[in-house]
Design a protein around this ligand. Structure first.
Ligand SMILES: Nc1ncnc2c1ncn2[C@@H]1O[C@H](COP(=O)(O)OP(=O)(O)OC[C@H]2O[C@@H]([n+]3cccc(C(=O)O)c3)[C@H](O)[C@@H]2O)[C@@H](O)[C@H]1O
Ligand SMILES: Nc1ncnc2c1ncn2[C@@H]1O[C@H](COP(=O)(O)OP(=O)(O)OP(=O)(O)O)[C@@H](O)[C@H]1O
Ligand SMILES: NC(=O)CC[C@H](N)C(=O)O
Length: 713
């Protein structure tokens, strides 16, 4: 006989420390889940305070506020008659835990602390919380007085337990636990748990979604069961974008999937499933034998809750949800959507007057401009959402504003400027102007030569020396200084214009946020001037590689109908900081001494595969000595050493980089993600000697092989 049950999970755009806003979004999601007929609702990790509170988790206030808000949620009339799984930080016996609280009709059934904390890459959970390292262990938890009064309970169970309703067993897994080798869902499934709820705070990284979804589908393919994955979404105050994608998976097949990127603050998905499908699936497996042989079982908290009313069996309107294919975005779409949503959250939450972008006519600032355009498109497409409409009206100080085209938004909130010098070409100036026209930004096309020469003259008056460019006979030092002064002055002008441009247009809004456009590869190589336009307020592309940015622009040319983008892709990347002559045009890859593709590979090996110089050399020798490259060991060694040299001499630049959207596993962001010393011997003397030894051994071996072949012949 069927056991039909409707269950819901959600994406919530929570904001760190926005207790009341978070509360309202949680209540809204519960209302929506009930509207969809659900009897169970799961929410994201630490949803009460927001996942990304970081060191605020050290403050006891945060735990008190969280309980107070939790009390308001479970006592709200709209949150009754549904089983609730809410993410709350909790102090138990003076120790801080990342918890889930399961409740029904204003009564707490269980507090379930996280067993395995996320502590790699961007995550530092061990800094704030203690893992509940005791699987299946539980204790009594004394509720705070105000909550005890509200629920009528003095104590509740705290620990690794499961819930037993009138018809099924339900267990919690919290985000990272899914990624660990001994995921709790394995033991829980062997102990009869049929529904797993996963509450997550998981961020976007290009091409990462499949890892998460594959883990969930494998879990339920292997163990059988229903898996409800909830995730936070949006920028909650940091470089990360949590990318939602709440999902419901049954026995390895997706039945519901929420969007990964959207401006919706609350997105609830639900599915109606038949618990019998789980039972049948499990009974086809040897797992049933293994489960009866187990001795250590979970404590089950029994509750008199009917998740699947018997009447469901006879109700023709209860239709099981069909399975569907998993939906993934192309990486190009991920770039178009993730950073755009992040920029929107940043703008509406910072309540600033818009964005200012120094637009050079090159591919990087072009990509930033296209991402802002994408943000404007998303706003127009979501204009029927009450919150989006309220936010855009508040940002533009126009209570009547209802944009119908992205350009209408850009005209009010997006400012661009080409800041030319005598080294700028007319092509870049034209491209910048044309792109600005197409996306609808308020564009200022200017020259700043007087400023540059004023600064150089000031230097000359003070020192009696005037630097000149290399092509006119100057030294390398003079050449760099002359480039850097142009680049740095652009930064000063940018902040001035960002502060005053809205004022020149009689706008009520305050200043603008300056956008930066340094990409991940330039940062890694240090191919940027410290404190130039790369020192902005925020940077949507700082975590994206040049190769991906080019692919994104090619995608946007078609999908955003911007033919001008073609000209950006085909142009040679150049900084335009040196004079152009008949036989000299500055080019990035020549300047850097390596190609962007090589840089991307070095970056991945260094950060993701954790290679030092020697290991990197060995791996690359095996790759690059093969056709079509056919490089010699010496050539590979030289490239590897060059990379580490520039990486090391420029590492200090990463300590001052603009906060950028985290998008790439090999991001060199020194502030949160890639912690390194910044005074490093760039010659790596010991590793270099080792590389040289391996090169000689390789050469010796090749000589021997050649000699043997000749002898055989
Ligand atoms: N170990 C260390 N720890 C802390 N700080 C250190 C340091 N070594 C140098 N520094 C500081 O850093 C300075 C050197 O860095 P920086 O001033 O950036 O100058 P630098 O790295 O020498 O030159 C900038 C490079 O960026 C290139 N570039 C390419 C494309 C575009 C742009 C652009 O900006 O538009 C720039 C440009 O061609 C040049 O190769 C030193 O003068 C010193 O102040
Ligand atoms: N002529 C210019 N006018 C306005 N902004 C500029 C100009 N030149 C450079 N910038 C700004 O300084 C940033 C760094 O300059 P750089 O020459 O290193 O460009 P980049 O990082 O290769 O980016 P792009 O591809 O946009 O030129 C640019 O991304 C842009 O925001
Ligand atoms: N909050 C977490 O536990 C996140 C951990 C996990 N590795 C992720 O990226 O999704």
């Amino acid at each position: 006989m069927g056991h039909y049950i409707t269950i819901a999970t959600c994406n919530l755009n929570q904001w760190a420390l926005d207790f009341e806003g978070n509360r309202d979004r949680i209540i809204e999601s519960i209302r929506e889940a009930k509207n969809q007929g659900a009897t169970l609702r799961v929410g994201p990790e630490l949803e009460i305070c927001g996942y990304g509170c970081l060191d605020h988790f050290g403050e006891n206030d945060l735990y008190d506020h969280s309980w107070e808000i939790y009390g308001q949620i479970i006592s709200h009339p709209d949150t009754q008659d549904i089983l609730l799984d809410i993410g709350v930080p909790i102090i138990h016996k003076s120790i801080k835990y990342n918890c889930r609280v399961i409740s029904y009709n204003s009564k707490i059934l269980l507090i379930r602390p996280k067993l395995s904390l996320a502590n790699d890459g961007n995550y530092r959970e061990m800094r704030y919380f203690t893992p509940w390292n005791r699987p299946k262990y539980y204790e009594e938890y004394q509720l705070p007085k105000s909550i005890a009064k509200l629920t009528g309970q003095l104590r509740v169970t705290f620990g690794d337990c499961v819930i037993e309703t009138l018809e099924t067993r339900l267990g919690c897994e919290t985000c990272e636990e899914l990624f660990t080798p001994q995921s709790p869902h394995i033991d829980m499934s062997l102990d009869g748990v049929e529904i797993f709820t996963n509450s997550s705070g998981s961020h976007h990284e290009l091409r990462k979604l499949d890892t998460r979804l594959e883990l969930i589908s494998e879990a339920t393919k292997k163990c059988g069961g229903v898996y409800l994955y909830a995730n936070q979404r949006g920028c909650d105050g940091d470089r990360l974008y949590y990318d939602g994608c709440a999902t419901i998976i049954v026995n390895g097949s997706v039945v519901a999937q929420a969007s990964q990127f959207s401006l919706k603050d609350v997105e609830v998905i639900s599915a109606t499933i038949d618990l019998d499908d789980v039972r049948s699936y499990r009974n086809q497996k040897s797992a049933s034998m293994q489960s009866v042989n187990r001795r250590d079982t979970y404590k089950a908290i029994h509750c008199d809750v009917e998740l699947s009313p018997s009447s469901n069996v006879f109700n023709p309107h209860i239709v099981p949800t069909a399975t569907r294919a998993i939906r993934y975005h192309l990486p190009e779409e991920e770039i178009a959507l993730g950073p755009a949503c992040w920029l929107w959250d940043y703008l509406r939450r910072s309540k600033t007057g818009g964005y200012f972008l120094p637009l050079s006519g090159g591919i990087d600032s072009c990509a930033t401009a296209v991402i802002v355009h994408s943000m404007c498109r998303l706003v127009v497409n979501s204009i029927n959402d009450k919150q989006v409409l309220a936010d855009i009206r508040a940002l533009t100080h126009d209570p009547e504003f209802t944009p119908t085209k992205p350009q209408e938004i850009a005209e009010r909130l997006f400012y661009t400027s080409f800041m030319g010098t005598e080294n700028s070409s007319k092509e870049t100036r034209y491209r910048a102007k044309e792109l600005a026209r197409k996306v609808g930004s308020y564009h200022v096309d200017m020259n700043m030569d007087t400023l540059v020469s004023a600064v150089i003259t000031t230097f000359e008056v003070a020192t009696g020396k005037r630097p000149i460019f290399k092509i006119f006979g100057g030294s390398q030092t003079e050449n760099l200084a002359l480039q850097n002064i142009q680049a740095r002055l652009r930064m000063v002008i940018s902040y001035l214009f960002a502060q005053l441009l809205p004022w020149t247009r009689n706008k009520k809004s305050g200043g603008l946020l300056v956008l930066g456009s340094a990409n991940v590869d330039e940062c890694l190589r240090g191919y940027l001037t410290k404190y130039d336009c790369s020192s902005a307020d925020i940077n949507p592309i700082g975590g994206i590689s040049k190769t991906d940015l080019k692919r994104f622009i090619a995608w946007a040319e078609i999908n955003f109908e911007l033919p001008i983008l073609h000209e950006f892709i085909t142009a040679t990347p150049t900084a335009e900081l040196e004079p152009i002559t008949e036989n000299y045009v500055q080019s990035d890859e020549v300047d850097m001494g390596m190609s962007y593709d090589e840089l991307s590979r070095f970056g991945r090996l260094r950060k993701v595969e954790k290679c030092g110089p020697l290991a990197m050399f060995i791996k690359l020798y095996h790759e690059w000595s093969q056709p079509p490259l056919n490089l010699t060991a010496e050539q590979v060694a030289e490239k590897v050493k060059r990379f580490w040299f520039f990486y090391a001499i420029n590492r200090h630049k990463m300590t001052t980089m603009t906060p950028a959207y985290h998008a790439e596993q090999y991001s060199p962001d020194d502030n949160r993600f890639d912690l390194r010393p910044f005074l490093i011997n760039p010659r790596f003397p010991f590793a270099s000697k080792k590389i040289d030894e391996v090169v000689s051994q390789i050469n010796e071996r090749e000589k021997e092989i050649k000699y043997n072949n000749i002898s055989v012949d």
